[in-house]
Write a protein that binds this ligand. Structure first.
Ligand code: ADP
Ligand code: ZN
Ligand code: ZN
Length: 664
C-alpha cells in the first residue's frame, strides 16, 4: 500500500491516511487535496508509509498532490509540530493557520511575469553609533549560534538602528532576517525605514492588512529563497526561510504577540524556539521588557539565560523627559484635567510645540446613565456596558460590537435627561477644543484610525505639523517619533492601578513609560505629567526616576512570593455555553478527568466564571492549572487533552485551552 499521512485543518487531534498510486519521500511537505466528509479539503503531507491502522478498504484515494510549489521544508513542519504539541492544538489546524489563506485553499497566486529590476541605489549615509549601540551590534555580529538577547534600551535610544545593523551583517553573509513587530499600526513606517536602508534587498511584508494574493506571494518568495527580510506581525513567525540567520522581536513585551483566539500562540515564544531550532541568535527589544524576559536576562543584577544588551541613553535627545506626578486629590479638576496640565498645554501651544494627552479609553463616555431611576446602558449580549459614541450618536459594545442609536429617553422611566458618565477620548477631544480654541486637536484611537489608510493620513498630519494637541489611546504609545512633541499628559491612569489581573501593574507601567517616551525625542526637552490620586504609589514613583529595573524587581519579588509566572507555568481551560451551569459542569467533568493525571506537581484550581462572565450571549467559565515545572505541565496537558477529546460534548458547548495565558 502507498499511504500518505495528511494534516488537515479540522479540529481533531490526528492525521488522516489516504491512498496514492505512487509517492516519493520528497512528497512530504507538499499540499494535497483529499476527499473529506462530503467534500474535499487541502492539507499537508507530513509522512508517507506502507501501512495504515485502517483497513485498506476503508482508505480513500487522495485526489491530487499539489507539486506546483516547493514542498514545505522539514524545519517548517517541525515548527508546526512544536506548536501543536506545546499549545495542544491539532497539527492540521496549526498548519492551516501557518499557511496564507490562499495556499491553504490549495491555490497559488499569479506571479508577476518579469522580475522587478531594482535600481542600484547606494545605501544611505549612516549615523555614527553610540558606544552602547556599537557594543550591542558587535555582540550580535559575533554571535552565530543560538542565543537569546534582550536589547533593553530606553525610549529613543536607537534600538531600531541596532536591528538594522545586525540585519545588514546577516545580509552581507548571504543570510535572511525575520523581524517581528507588534501591530499593523507601526509597520508602514518601519517598512519605509527598512526599504530605505536596504534598497536592493527584497523585503516581504506580512501582516493581516496585506491582501490575500500578496501574502501568498510573500510566503512563496520566502519559501523559494528570494526574500531577504521578512517584516511582519505575529503571523510572520511561520514564514519559512531556509537561510534564516537572525530573528528580531521588537517591543517584545507587547501583548499582541499572543494570539487570543484560535491557535493561542505567543509569537515571541515560538520565535525563540525557532531560533533554537535553527541555532541562530534572536533579539528581543524593548524599553519595558516583559517581566518574564527581564527575569531570564538576570534582572539587571547578573548574567542570566538571556544575554542583556543595554542602551541606557537616548540617541538624539540629551535626556529622558522629566516626569512629574500631579496629585489630583485636593484639586477640583476641570473636565478631568488639572490646572498644571492645562497650563502646560497652553505653554506648548504658545511655543508651537506638540502635546499628547493619553487616555486609554475610546468613545465619549464609558456608559450612559439615567440619574432618576438608575438605568444604565448595558449590553444585552455581554456582561458589559455600551459605550457612548457621540461622534456618530451610537451606543456601542466594545466587546461584541453590538450597536444601537442613543435613546432620547430612559427606556425604563422615560426620563429625558440621560447622562453620559465618565470620560473617553471623544469627550476629552471636545473639551480641549472648547478650552483651547486656538489649538488644532486631533484624536487618535481605533475609531478615528479605523483603517490603515486613515491611520496613515493621521500620522502624516501629525508629522506635517497639522496638529497641536493629540488625544489618544495606546495606539500612540509605541514606536512613534514626533520631533516636535514635547509634552505628554496621562489622565485616568489610576483605573488600571488596582485591577484584579496580576499583570495589570506591569502593563500600566509599560504603557506610561512608552507613551511618556514619545516626548522630547529630538532636540526639544520633554515633559510628562501623570495625574493621579495615588501620588506615592511605587509604580508612579518608579516612573519619575525612569527606574524600570527597580519596578521590575519589586514586581518579580511579589510574583515569586505568590508563585505567579515566571515562577510558575499556567494553562486555562475555558468553556462557553448558553448557560453558566453548562460551562461549569463541563469544567467540573474536565477537572475530574484531570485529577488522576495531575500528580503532585500540577495544581488544579476550581472552575469559576470568567471575569467577564458573558460575551456575545455565551456564558463563560474557566479552570486554571498550574505547575512550577514546565515539562510536568506539558506532559499533564497532553494526557489531559486526550481524555477531554474523548469526552462526549454536550450540545452547544465550546471549549479551548490557553497555554501561557496572558488574560484572565
Ligand atoms: P527606539 O526604537 O529605541 O525608541 P529609534 O531607533 O527609533 O529608537 O531611534 C530614535 C531616534 O534616534 C531616531 O530618529 C533615529 O534615527 C535616531 N538615532 C538612532 N541612533 C542614532 C545615532 N547613533 N546617531 C544619531 N541618531 C540616531
Ligand atoms: Zn430612568
Ligand atoms: Zn456586547
Amino acid at each position: 500500500m502507498n499511504i500518505i499521512r495528511v494534516a488537515l485543518g479540522v479540529p481533531l487531534p490526528r492525521l488522516f491516511d489516504y491512498l496514492v498510486t505512487d509517492y516519493a519521500e520528497s512528497d512530504i511537505g507538499h499540499r494535497v487535496t483529499v476527499p473529506f466528509g462530503s467534500g474535499f479539503r487541502t492539507g499537508v503531507i507530513v509522512a508517507v508509509a506502507h501501512s495504515s491502522a485502517l483497513l485498506e478498504t476503508k482508505l480513500k484515494p487522495a485526489t491530487s498532490i499539489l507539486r506546483d510549489m516547493p514542498p514545505l521544508p522539514a524545519d517548517w513542519l517541525a515548527l508546526c509540530e512544536f506548536c501543536a504539541r506545546y499549545y495542544q492544538a491539532p497539527l492540521g489546524e496549526v498548519m492551516a493557520f501557518a499557511l496564507p489563506p490562499m495556499l491553504r485553499r490549495g491555490k497559488l497566486p499569479r506571479r508577476p511575469r518579469a522580475t522587478v529590476v531594482r535600481e542600484s541605489t547606494s545605501p544611505p549615509a549612516l549615523p555614527t553609533l553610540l558606544p552602547a549601540q556599537q557594543a550591542a551590534v558587535t555582540a550580535l555580529d559575533a554571535c552565530q549560534k543560538f542565543q537569546t538577547f534582550l536589547l533593553h534600551g530606553v525610549t529613543g535610544s536607537g534600538k531600531t538602528e541596532v536591528y538594522l545593523r545586525a540585519i545588514d551583517t546577516v545580509l552581507a553573509r548571504g543570510g535572511q532576517a525575520l523581524m517581528l513587530v507588534p501591530e499593523i499600526a507601526l509597520t508602514p513606517q518601519l517598512q519605509g525605514r527598512v526599504a530605505a536602508r536596504f534598497p536592493t534587498a527584497h523585503v516581504v511584508a506580512a501582516n493581516s492588512a496585506v491582501a490575500d494574493a500578496a501574502r501568498a506571494r510573500g510566503f512563496l518568495d520566502a519559501l523559494e529563497g528570494r526574500a531577504d527580510i521578512v517584516l511582519g506581525t505575529r503571523l510572520a513567525v511561520f514564514i519559512p526561510l531556509e537561510r534564516l540567520q537572525i530573528i528580531i522581536v521588537d517591543e517584545e513585551h507587547d501583548a499582541s504577540f499572543k494570539q487570543q483566539d484560535g491557535l493561542r500562540y505567543s509569537a515571541r515564544d515560538v520565535a525563540i524556539w525557532r531560533a533554537h531550532q535553527r541555532n541562530i541568535p534572536i533579539v528581543l527589544g524593548s524599553a519595558t521588557p516583559s517581566l518574564e524576559t527581564f527575569h531570564h536576562a538576570g534582572r539587571g543584577t547578573g548574567p542570566g539565560r538571556y544575554c542583556m544588551l543595554e542602551l541606557p541613553q537616548r540617541a538624539v535627545a540629551e535626556n529622558l523627559p522629566v516626569v512629574r506626578i500631579i496629585d489630583t486629590r485636593r484639586e477640583k479638576l476641570q473636565d478631568g484635567m488639572s490646572a498644571a496640565l492645562l497650563t502646560a498645554l497652553e505653554l506648548r501651544l504658545a511655543r508651537g510645540e506638540q502635546s499628547l494627552v493619553f487616555l486609554n479609553r475610546r468613545g465619549f463616555a464609558p456608559v450612559l446613565a439615567c440619574p432618576s431611576c438608575g438605568w444604565i446602558s448595558g449590553c444585552k449580549r455581554c456582561a458589559s456596558n455600551l459605550v457612548v459614541h457621540l461622534a456618530d450618536r451610537h451606543l456601542r459594545c466594545h466587546h461584541c460590537g453590538f450597536e444601537t442609536g442613543i435613546p432620547r429617553t430612559c427606556p425604563d422611566c422615560g426620563n429625558l435627561d440621560l447622562q453620559p458618565f465618565g470620560r473617553g477620548t471623544q469627550r476629552l477631544e471636545s473639551v480641549l477644543a472648547e478650552r483651547l480654541p486656538d489649538a488644532r486637536v486631533l484624536r487618535i484611537d481605533r475609531d478615528s484610525a479605523s483603517t490603515p489608510k486613515k491611520w496613515q493620513a493621521l500620522l502624516q498630519q501629525i508629522h506635517d505639523g497639522g496638529a497641536d494637541i493629540l488625544v489618544g489611546t495606546q495606539m500612540l504609545a509605541k514606536g512613534h517619533d514626533f520631533p516636535k512633541l514635547t509634552l505628554v499628559g496621562a489622565v485616568g491612569a489610576d483605573a488600571a492601578l488596582f485591577a484584579a489581573d496580576f499583570r495589570a501593574p506591569e502593563r500600566l507601567f509599560a504603557q506610561l513609560m512608552q507613551v511618556g517616551g514619545r516626548s522630547g525625542r529630538a532636540d526639544l526637552p520633554g515633559e510628562v505629567l501623570i495625574q493621579t490620586e495615588y501620588p506615592q504609589h511605587p509604580l508612579y514613583q518608579a516612573l519619575t526616576t525612569h527606574d524600570y529595573n527597580a519596578f521590575a524587581i519589586t514586581q518579580l519579588n511579589e510574583r515569586e512570593v505568590a508563585a505567579f509566572p515566571p515562577f510558575s507555568f499556567q494553562a486555562l481551560l475555558r468553556a462557553e455555553a448558553r448557560e453558566m451551569q453548562q460551562s461549569l459542569d463541563f469544567l467540573v467533568t474536565a477537572r475530574s478527568a484531570a485529577e488522576p493525571l495531575a500528580g503532585e506537581r500540577v495544581a488544579l484550581y476550581d472552575p469559576v466564571p470568567m471575569r467577564m462572565p458573558r460575551l456575545m450571549t455565551l456564558e463563560r467559565g474557566q479552570l486554571l492549572v498550574e505547575s512550577a515545572n514546565r515539562p510536568a505541565l506539558q506532559a499533564f496537558l497532553a494526557a489531559w487533552m486526550e481524555r477531554i477529546y474523548a469526552l462526549k460534548m454536550p450540545a452547544g458547548l465550546r471549549w479551548h485551552l490557553d497555554v501561557d495565558p496572558l488574560e484572565f
